[in-house]
Write a protein that binds this ligand. Structure first.
Ligand SMILES: O=C(NC/C=C/[C@H]1O[C@@H](n2cnc(C(F)(F)F)c2)[C@H](O)[C@@H]1O)c1cc([N+](=O)[O-])cc(O)c1O
Ligand SMILES: [Mg+2]
Length: 214
């Protein structure tokens, strides 16, 4: 049932998770993807690293590149202080529609602004659209070849302030070698690697946390 994998994930969340309970929605996605069919959510192991960074930063403004089904969107949104906002960018209209429904089921849609389009088109519009200056935290989990160009675009648009934290998923698997080389060698970042396992599998992956220095 359910024509697409995201649709099947949505249907499982709607059937298995208590409405308004973000943690049960997160558990439902992890349970489905660990036992029924794999999907490219950040997962619970790397998700705990994401949680720790969100709690440490206590961000007022968060940007996520790559919503997919909204799993990491939920993990971030449930930990935000009151008044904080999470902007998440998605290119695929179908995925965005699924994510909106999963976020709604979890009771997290008020903290989240989900935009559909290409990062190259949306990133330059963010300051004006949300009347904000810079992001405190950016979670990067979209196409791996887009990590570096989009980090450069964020710099050029003045959306990073000294102290802004960039957290990138999959820097080992599938890998984002050009992004890694950039943040590890640029004097504008202090970078740190968090080794971990790929979601739902016994495969090595890791996340890179890079603090922008200005
Ligand atoms: O390919 C992976 N992820 C690609 C993720 C891609 C997702 O990001 C969206 N996007 C693209 N551009 C934008 C923007 F920002 F422009 F709007 C948003 C795509 O539509 C898709 O939903 C991946 C693969 C594996 N794996 O093991 O193969 C494991 C993972 O954790 C992964 O994230
Ligand atoms: Mg990922």
């Amino acid at each position: 049932s359910g024509q697409s994998r995201p649709m099947r994930i949505l249907q499982f969340v709607q059937s298995a998770a208590a409405p308004g309970d973000a943690n049960s929605a997160i558990c439902a996605v992890d349970s489905y993807c660990a036992n029924v069919e794999w999907a490219m959510n950040v997962g619970d192991k790397k998700g705990q690293i994401l949680d720790a960074v969100v709690l440490a930063v206590r961000p007022r403004w968060v940007l996520e590149l790559g919503t997919y089904c909204g799993y990491s969107t939920m993990r971030i949104a449930r930990l935000l202080p009151p008044g904080a906002r999470l902007v998440t960018l998605e290119m695929n209209q179908h995925y965005a529609q699924v994510a909106k429904q999963i976020l709604g089921h979890a009771g997290l849609d008020t903290q989240v602004d989900l935009l559909v389009g290409a990062s190259s088109a949306l990133i330059p519009q963010l300051k004006k659209k949300f009347e904000m200056e810079t992001f405190d935290l950016i979670f990067i989990d979209h196409w791996k070849a887009s990590y570096l160009p989009d980090a450069r675009l964020l710099e050029e648009c003045g959306l990073l302030a000294p102290g802004t934290v960039l957290l990138a998923d999959n820097v080992t698997c599938p890998g984002a070698p050009d992004y890694l080389q950039y943040v590890r060698n640029s004097p504008r970042y202090r970078s740190e690697y968090f080794p971990c396992q790929l979601e739902y599998l016994q495969v090595e992956d890791g996340m890179e946390k890079s603090v922008f220095l200005g």
